[in-house]
Design a protein around this ligand. Structure first.
Ligand SMILES: NC(=O)c1ccc[n+]([C@@H]2O[C@H](COP(=O)([O-])OP(=O)(O)OC[C@H]3O[C@@H](n4cnc5c(N)ncnc54)[C@H](OP(=O)(O)O)[C@@H]3O)[C@@H](O)[C@H]2O)c1
Length: 261
């Protein structure tokens, strides 16, 4: 492995690390040498990832925590610091939309839930981790979405929260750069997690067909997102902070004439 990508001796927290993109991130960081703490509400998927990380020869910790609960997030950060003695990387990955509904019919409580999960939680964890990260000159990666760049109908709160987390990323990068803490965001496009695949199957969604609008003509995989996170947390990205980078198969553009090569 190129030395600048190595993470040996470092400790990462990955929220939502039991499934999907978070699991792929946890395993990639472990393969690069990091010890891993994964957090989520359900125990079983976290325990599976702990076993997978340990099989790679790294130390791992599962912490049951609701990232929308400030006290639980603070306890998560302290448990990781106690267990491993340091925190080098925080990946705020837990997220998702609580169903699709138009703005006109949206229950304000749903708006609050989506914003709490996709925006507030990143602030809670970042604030709690910052004292540890400044000691290690560590970094944060927030998992946003292309919905936070272009917007997606039916998930207004999710789109707004994912846009908000990109601005939080920029402000935190500016405030914490002098302390040596980098903060970046990744914005996945349509990504085939287990949950996404099950949802596609349930409604008969032709994901391969839909992916033909993307310049790279396929949907994303959790590993595509993990590769970008692996870069952003590494020393190779040591001069990059405050950015939001899409992993989405390329820009989908308009135009009167279709040009394919
Ligand atoms: N898949 C896509 O197409 C796509 C596209 C753009 C962005 N993203 C973003 O990528 C991130 C990962 O999503 P994914 O696609 O991998 O979905 P996923 O498999 O549903 O993963 C979401 C994870 O977050 C955890 N989580 C949810 N609510 C939580 C809470 N309140 N507290 C703690 N953990 C919580 C879940 O675990 P528990 O249920 O056990 O808590 C789960 O492990 C999300 O931020 C999502 O918005 C995904």
């Amino acid at each position: 492995m190129f030395e600048e990508f190595a993470l040996a001796g470092r400790v990462a927290i990955v929220t939502g690390g039991g499934t999907g993109i978070g699991r792929a991130i946890a395993l990639l960081l472990a393969r690069r040498g990091a010890d891993i703490a994964v957090a989520g509400r359900k125990r079983a998927p976290l325990d599976t990832v702990v076993t997978e990380v340990e099989a790679l020869g790294r130390r791992a910790l599962a912490v049951e925590a609701d990232v929308c609960d400030l006290g639980a997030v603070q306890a998560l950060v302290e448990a990781v610091a106690q267990t491993f003695g340091r925190i080098d990387m925080l990946v705020n990955n837990a997220g998702g939309a609580h169903g699709h509904v138009g703005i006109a019919r949206m229950d304000p409580a749903k708006w609050d839930r989506d914003v709490a999960l996709n925006l507030n939680a990143a602030m809670y964890a970042s604030q709690a981790a910052f004292p540890h990260l400044r000691r290690t000159r560590g970094c944060i990666v927030n998992v946003s979405s292309v919905a936070g760049m272009h917007g997606t109908q039916g998930v207004a709160a999710y789109s707004a929260a994912k846009a908000g987390v990109q601005m939080f990323t920029r402000v935190a990068a500016a405030e914490w750069g002098p302390a040596g803490v980098r903060v970046n965001a990744v914005a996945p496009g349509m990504t085939a997690t287990e949950k996404a695949r099950a949802g596609w199957e349930k409604v008969g969604f032709d994901a391969d067909g839909a992916a033909q609008v993307f310049p790279l003509r396929r949907y994303g995989l959790p590993e595509d997102v993990a590769q970008l996170v692996g870069f952003l947390v590494s020393d190779a990205a040591g001069y990059i902070t405050g950015e939001a980078i899409a992993v989405a198969g390329g820009p989908v553009l308009g135009g009167m004439v279709k040009i394919e090569d």
